[in-house]
Design a protein around this ligand. Structure first.
Ligand SMILES: [Zn+2]
Length: 92
């Protein structure tokens, strides 16, 4: 008899997306268990490349670097300053 299937109590806890903003935030690192303030690093994402392409085509080639310098056009990745673990990202 394998018909004893739970209908609603088997909601598994998915890894919660971290509610991180664009700025370094106080956070308890799940890797080293330390209370830290996250280190934010900007990384180019697809949007950055598309924006760069658009700017390059519409304006001029030097504009191509704007999205790469502008943090609001990039994914901001939070890292633990203690163990350097990746904690989450903030996408604008
Ligand atoms: Zn850590």
């Amino acid at each position: 008899m394998l018909s004893k299937v739970c209908s609603k109590s088997s909601v598994t806890m998915a890894p919660q997306p971290l509610a991180l903003g664009p700025d370094p935030a106080p956070f308890t690192c799940p890797h080293c268990d330390a209370k830290v303030t996250t280190t934010v690093k900007a990384a180019a994402n697809t949007k950055t490349h598309i924006l760069a392409l658009i700017l390059c085509k519409c304006l001029c080639i030097p504009c191509l670097c704007i999205p790469y310098c502008c943090h609001s056009c990039q994914t901001l990745q939070h890292y633990c300053p203690n163990c350097k673990a990746y904690l989450g990202a903030y996408v604008n």
